[in-house]
Design a protein around this ligand. Structure first.
Ligand SMILES: [Zn+2]
Length: 368
């Protein structure tokens, strides 16, 4: 990933320093068409008007970095601990690629290893403004979860960081986007969002799952709005909570981009959620052997209005029958290359998704 990021940074820098579209044209002639159309379109002195979202490969954990046009940043989760700071290093590389040297808000969806685990290592590598979370750890009987929670508490006890405990209906104070809390600590949004409130026919075909007793249903879920675009991230929220949100009436309504819940595991991402929010694009932060369940991928692929399913990894469990097409996968089978996906969103509702492996971007036009 570092290498890919470096290449993209150098490329963008080259365009900016030259300040001439002639050079951009030269790059285009060399085969970089669609490589990063935003960089082409923006002169050096003008701040980007787009929202950048990096889907950092943390091997089946989550680390999603949002950088707003106002230069503010929100990181949803910090990946795994250990590995000599592997995940923290990948997040910092994404931040630097986006041109930021500080992360304003780090949102911890819940206290599992693959979400909060990387927080102490990240804090050693880049300044952080505030942490946002759902409150106390509710899975104290799980040894690893309790250990990560205590490490997070030690980080907060340094006094260096503001802490925000968010509840459904709250809006995070981030400039340039609206980030509304949908779920937190087992509670879900009670009101119906504007444009939603329709009866949800997918409830009939989504069985009522048993209540999940782990930290997953406690996940801090967020709906991010940017111009006309809506982006939904519910962390590892499980299907029992999806029913509370979506049945019998859909409280969320349509979204453009669905960051697939729970890495595409089949305990989450029921049709009651996915077929009601009808995303245009879904992005799954799975690993090669974590997440990406065949049935969960199938539910996404059969969703009405879906233009594309993207995945951070080829899912070994799902095989070629259930995985998305190879061009939409950042990391195919084989040695891990830490390739990332980057979504660049425009206020008019258009956006593109860049695959750092292929260096290709796919464009999506405004509107549904
Ligand atoms: Zn997870």
């Amino acid at each position: 990933m570092t290498q890919s990021l470096t290449i993209e940074s150098q490329f963008r820098l080259g365009v900016f320093v030259a300040g001439a579209f002639a050079l951009a044209g030269l790059y285009a002639a060399l085969g970089f068409v669609g490589f990063d159309s935003v960089a082409f379109a923006q002169p050096a002195a003008t701040p980007l008007k787009s929202l950048q979202i990096y889907f950092v490969d943390v091997e089946g954990g989550q680390a999603t970095l949002f950088v707003t046009p106002a230069g503010q940043s929100l990181l949803i989760d910090t990946g795994w601990p250990g590995n000599n700071g592997r995940d923290a290093g990948r997040i910092v590389a994404a931040a630097h690629d986006a041109g930021i040297n500080k992360i304003d808000f780090v949102l911890i969806t819940h206290y599992h290893d693959d979400h909060v685990g990387g927080a102490p290592q990240l804090a050693e590598r880049i300044p952080i403004g505030a942490f946002v979370d759902h409150g106390e750890n509710r899975e104290t009987t799980d040894e690893v979860t309790q250990k990560r929670w205590l490490a997070y508490q030690r980080l907060l006890s340094t006094g260096k960081y503001k802490r925000i405990i968010a509840k459904p209906g709250d809006t995070l104070p981030i400039k340039g986007i609206s980030a509304e809390i949908i779920s937190s600590d087992g509670a879900v949004l009670q009101k119906t969002l504007p444009g939603a409130g329709q009866p949800n026919p997918a409830c009939a075909s989504s069985p009522q799952p048993p209540d999940d007793k782990t930290e997953n249903p406690r996940s801090l879920g967020t709906l991010i709005s940017f111009g006309k675009l809506k982006i939904l991230d519910l962390g590892d929220l499980t299907a029992d909570k999806e029913r509370e949100l979506m049945c019998p009436v859909d409280k969320i309504g349509h979204v453009d981009i669905y960051i697939a819940s729970h890495h595409g595991f089949n305990q989450s991402g029921s049709a009651a959620l996915v077929h009601a929010i009808t995303p245009r694009v879904a992005i799954v932060d799975n690993g090669a052997t974590k997440g990406g369940s065949p049935s969960a991928l199938d539910i996404i692929k059969s969703s009405p209005n879906l233009a594309a399913l993207w995945q951070l990894h080829f899912s070994e469990e799902a095989g070629t029958a259930h995985n998305t097409a190879p061009e939409f996968i950042a990391n195919p089978s084989g040695p891990d290359a830490a390739n990332y996906l980057k979504l660049t969103a425009n206020p008019d509702g258009s956006f593109s998704v860049f695959n750092s492996r292929s260096k290709q971007s796919q464009q999506y036009s405004a509107g549904r």
